[in-house]
Design a protein around this ligand. Structure first.
Ligand code: TXA
Ligand code: MG
Length: 327
């Protein structure tokens, strides 16, 4: 049985109790809903992989309540500290060296890091930090969807994919950002972008006064969870279209429509004014809705690549990629 609980102050104690005994709770964050387990609880963390049907033990992000909690587990260099102080809480994940001796008797379970000597860590926005604070341990949380499918931005979307497989869903309404966090790794003086996400790379570059490295190859090795095919709807996806073909649904962007739009089987506009933030927050929800409309293919209008457009285009490309054995 999966309870959906409105996320008010009264919900905190019940969620913590489930997490303490190794249960699974779907949590709202500003990016997407996450599927959380106590990061120190091996069975709990293993339960995440089982519920998602994840074929491999990819490393997970640990979510902390504050910087002090983060400091129990990882070493901050001056650059990452500056990033944390500037952008936390918020959609930024830092990959940092795990402390050899963690400052707690409930260390991060090795399943969370997939045995790496680094930990991906972030402080999310919102009430979920109250749960983490009371639990007094970070929660590991990937997006709360079946492996390879579209990430959920509402409690109902979580329920549609994972209902019956998890203990509780904390419902705080739709997520504001709508795409997953931006992941960066500090390597000496270099900052490497491992995954574009809800914090625009340009904002990070402005804050540090330097460019982010973006080697796709390195990202593939260092973020093993970044499979080519991901976020897949049932429908095929056709990107950067110039016209809509008969029978296709259309995911639109901006004020102007491509040819044939009037005949689309279904049409949703990510942002009529061409606002990339609005588009990011609508992306996964609209992909689900167009998928449910039953078209064999979802055609997608071109979306600019700057700012949050980088993350939007990254997710669309994965959704359109040939489906491999993981999808
Ligand atoms: O917004 C988000 O980041 C959401 C919400 C729930 O917080 N979470 C999320 O988690 O997107 P997930 O598991 O779907 O993505 C985690 C990514 C994966 O690509 C994984 O390979 C990478 O982070 N990752 C985790 N630990 C890593 C590490 N130590 N080094 C490099 N990449 C790592
Ligand atoms: Mg995911």
């Amino acid at each position: 049985m999966t309870q959906i609980v409105k996320f008010d102050d009264n919900a905190v104690a019940g969620a913590v109790e489930i997490l303490r005994r190794g249960g699974l709770v779907a949590i709202p964050t500003e990016t997407v809903y996450g599927l959380a387990a106590d990061a120190s609880h091996g069975e709990g963390v293993a339960g995440i992989f089982a519920a998602k049907g994840r074929p491999q033990f990819n490393p997970l992000i640990a979510h902390v309540a504050n910087i002090d909690m983060a400091e129990r587990y990882v070493n901050f260099d001056p650059l990452s500290r500056k990033l944390a102080e500037t952008f936390w809480p918020g959609p930024l994940t830092l990959v940092l060296p795990l402390k050899e001796k963690q400052g707690t008797d409930r260390p991060i379970h090795p399943l969370v890091t997939a045995g790496l000597d680094t930990l991906a860590i972030r402080m999310p926005h919102g009430r979920v930090r109250d749960v983490i604070k009371v639990l007094d341990s970070p929660v590991a949380a990937p997006s709360a969807n079946r492996s390879g499918r579209i990430s959920p931005t509402s409690a109902q979307a979580v329920y549609d994919g994972l209902g019956g497989r998890i203990d509780m869903i904390l419902d705080a309404g739709p997520c504001g950002v709508g795409v997953e966090s931006t992941i960066v790794k500090v390597e000496g003086d270099t900052l490497r972008l491992l995954r574009p996400g809800g914090l625009a790379a340009e904002e990070i570059e402005t804050a540090i006064g330097a460019r982010l490295e973006r080697t796709a190859h390195a990202a593939a090795i260092q973020a093993p969870g970044m499979m080519a095919s991901h976020y897949a709807p049932d429908a095929a996806m056709r990107l950067d279209v110039r016209e809509v073909r008969p029978g296709e649904a259309l995911l639109a962007f901006g004020p102007d429509r491509v040819r044939g739009a009037g005949k689309a089987k279904a049409l949703l506009n990510l942002s009529a004014t061409g606002n990339l933030r609005e588009a990011a927050s609508n992306l996964f929800d609209f992909m689900r809705k167009l998928d449910a409309a039953g078209a064999a293919t979802i055609a997608v209008e071109p979306i600019p690549s700057g700012g949050l457009g980088e993350a939007i285009n990254d997710r669309l490309k994965r959704a359109a990629a040939p489906r491999d054995e993981y999808s």
